[in-house]
Write a protein that binds this ligand. Sequence first.
Ligand SMILES: [Zn+2]
Length: 139
Amino acid sequence: MKGGGRRGGGEYGRGGRDDGDGDRMMSQFAQIPTSFGHELRACLRCRLVKTYDQFRESGCENCPFLEMDKEHDNVANCTTPNFTGIISVTDPSRSWAARWLRIGRFIPGCYTLAVSEELPEEYQTVCADNNVQYVPPKR
Ligand SMILES: [Zn+2]
Protein backbone atom coordinates (compact mmCIF):
# COMPACT_ATOMS: atom_id res chain seq x y z
CA MET A 1 0.00 0.00 0.00
CA LYS A 2 1.31 3.34 -0.99
CA GLY A 3 0.55 6.88 -0.20
CA GLY A 4 -2.22 7.20 2.18
CA GLY A 5 -5.14 9.30 2.75
CA ARG A 6 -3.71 12.76 2.53
CA ARG A 7 -5.81 15.02 0.45
CA GLY A 8 -6.23 18.62 -0.09
CA GLY A 9 -2.67 19.65 0.69
CA GLY A 10 -0.72 22.14 -1.33
CA GLU A 11 -3.56 24.44 -2.15
CA TYR A 12 -2.45 27.84 -1.10
CA GLY A 13 -5.02 30.49 -0.73
CA ARG A 14 -5.04 32.12 -4.11
CA GLY A 15 -7.69 34.67 -3.53
CA GLY A 16 -6.53 37.71 -5.44
CA ARG A 17 -7.09 38.18 -9.12
CA ASP A 18 -4.23 39.71 -10.95
CA ASP A 19 -5.58 41.90 -13.67
CA GLY A 20 -3.82 45.16 -13.14
CA ASP A 21 -5.39 46.68 -16.21
CA GLY A 22 -7.42 49.22 -14.38
CA ASP A 23 -4.37 50.77 -12.85
CA ARG A 24 -2.52 51.08 -16.10
CA MET A 25 -5.45 52.90 -17.67
CA MET A 26 -5.65 55.33 -14.82
CA SER A 27 -2.09 56.52 -15.12
CA GLN A 28 -2.79 57.83 -18.59
CA PHE A 29 -5.87 59.66 -17.47
CA ALA A 30 -6.15 62.76 -15.42
CA GLN A 31 -8.24 62.32 -12.34
CA ILE A 32 -11.92 62.82 -12.96
CA PRO A 33 -13.53 65.32 -10.63
CA THR A 34 -15.23 63.51 -7.78
CA SER A 35 -17.74 66.25 -7.27
CA PHE A 36 -19.07 69.19 -9.21
CA GLY A 37 -19.58 71.55 -6.36
CA HIS A 38 -17.97 74.90 -5.74
CA GLU A 39 -14.62 73.37 -4.85
CA LEU A 40 -14.02 72.54 -8.49
CA ARG A 41 -11.04 74.40 -9.92
CA ALA A 42 -9.33 74.74 -13.27
CA CYS A 43 -5.58 74.83 -13.86
CA LEU A 44 -4.68 78.30 -15.15
CA ARG A 45 -2.16 76.90 -17.56
CA CYS A 46 -3.76 73.83 -19.13
CA ARG A 47 -7.37 74.29 -17.96
CA LEU A 48 -7.61 70.80 -16.47
CA VAL A 49 -10.57 70.66 -14.09
CA LYS A 50 -10.40 68.79 -10.80
CA THR A 51 -11.40 69.42 -7.23
CA TYR A 52 -9.21 71.47 -4.94
CA ASP A 53 -8.38 68.34 -2.96
CA GLN A 54 -7.35 66.44 -6.08
CA PHE A 55 -4.99 69.21 -7.15
CA ARG A 56 -3.60 69.30 -3.64
CA GLU A 57 -3.18 65.55 -3.50
CA SER A 58 -1.52 64.97 -6.85
CA GLY A 59 -1.04 68.30 -8.57
CA CYS A 60 -1.86 68.89 -12.21
CA GLU A 61 -1.02 65.95 -14.46
CA ASN A 62 -0.06 68.26 -17.29
CA CYS A 63 1.84 70.80 -15.24
CA PRO A 64 3.93 69.03 -12.59
CA PHE A 65 6.37 71.96 -12.62
CA LEU A 66 3.72 74.19 -11.05
CA GLU A 67 4.22 72.16 -7.88
CA MET A 68 0.69 72.21 -6.54
CA ASP A 69 1.36 69.45 -4.06
CA LYS A 70 0.97 69.83 -0.32
CA GLU A 71 4.47 71.02 0.37
CA HIS A 72 4.43 73.88 -2.07
CA ASP A 73 0.76 74.66 -1.85
CA ASN A 74 0.42 76.46 -5.15
CA VAL A 75 -3.10 75.27 -5.84
CA ALA A 76 -4.72 78.55 -4.92
CA ASN A 77 -2.27 80.48 -7.12
CA CYS A 78 -2.29 78.24 -10.16
CA THR A 79 -5.94 77.28 -10.36
CA THR A 80 -9.18 79.20 -10.37
CA PRO A 81 -12.77 78.48 -9.40
CA ASN A 82 -13.89 80.96 -12.08
CA PHE A 83 -14.29 79.18 -15.38
CA THR A 84 -16.94 78.63 -17.98
CA GLY A 85 -18.04 75.31 -19.39
CA ILE A 86 -16.50 71.91 -19.02
CA ILE A 87 -15.58 69.26 -21.56
CA SER A 88 -14.43 65.72 -20.99
CA VAL A 89 -11.76 64.58 -23.42
CA THR A 90 -10.86 60.94 -23.79
CA ASP A 91 -8.58 61.21 -26.82
CA PRO A 92 -7.21 64.74 -27.10
CA SER A 93 -5.03 64.05 -30.12
CA ARG A 94 -8.05 63.03 -32.20
CA SER A 95 -10.62 65.47 -30.93
CA TRP A 96 -11.23 68.62 -32.94
CA ALA A 97 -12.57 70.28 -29.83
CA ALA A 98 -9.37 69.47 -28.01
CA ARG A 99 -7.29 70.90 -30.82
CA TRP A 100 -9.45 74.00 -30.87
CA LEU A 101 -8.95 74.35 -27.13
CA ARG A 102 -5.23 73.76 -27.61
CA ILE A 103 -5.27 70.78 -25.28
CA GLY A 104 -4.48 68.29 -28.06
CA ARG A 105 -1.22 67.34 -26.42
CA PHE A 106 -2.54 67.13 -22.89
CA ILE A 107 -3.65 63.94 -21.22
CA PRO A 108 -7.30 62.86 -21.27
CA GLY A 109 -9.44 64.36 -18.56
CA CYS A 110 -11.96 67.09 -17.88
CA TYR A 111 -11.14 70.54 -19.15
CA THR A 112 -12.85 73.87 -19.06
CA LEU A 113 -13.56 75.87 -22.18
CA ALA A 114 -12.32 79.13 -20.80
CA VAL A 115 -10.72 80.61 -17.72
CA SER A 116 -10.96 84.30 -17.08
CA GLU A 117 -7.74 84.77 -15.15
CA GLU A 118 -4.12 84.79 -16.19
CA LEU A 119 -1.51 82.65 -14.57
CA PRO A 120 0.40 84.89 -12.12
CA GLU A 121 3.57 86.24 -13.62
CA GLU A 122 5.94 84.31 -11.39
CA TYR A 123 4.38 81.06 -12.61
CA GLN A 124 4.54 82.20 -16.21
CA THR A 125 8.26 82.48 -15.58
CA VAL A 126 8.26 78.93 -14.24
CA CYS A 127 6.59 77.82 -17.49
CA ALA A 128 9.23 79.60 -19.53
CA ASP A 129 12.00 78.07 -17.42
CA ASN A 130 10.56 74.65 -18.19
CA ASN A 131 10.23 75.37 -21.90
CA VAL A 132 6.49 75.14 -21.62
CA GLN A 133 4.25 77.37 -23.64
CA TYR A 134 1.74 79.42 -21.72
CA VAL A 135 -1.15 80.89 -23.65
CA PRO A 136 -2.93 83.65 -21.74
CA PRO A 137 -6.73 83.77 -22.04
CA LYS A 138 -8.16 85.96 -24.75
CA ARG A 139 -9.83 89.13 -23.65
ZN1 LIG B 1 -2.24 72.26 -15.65
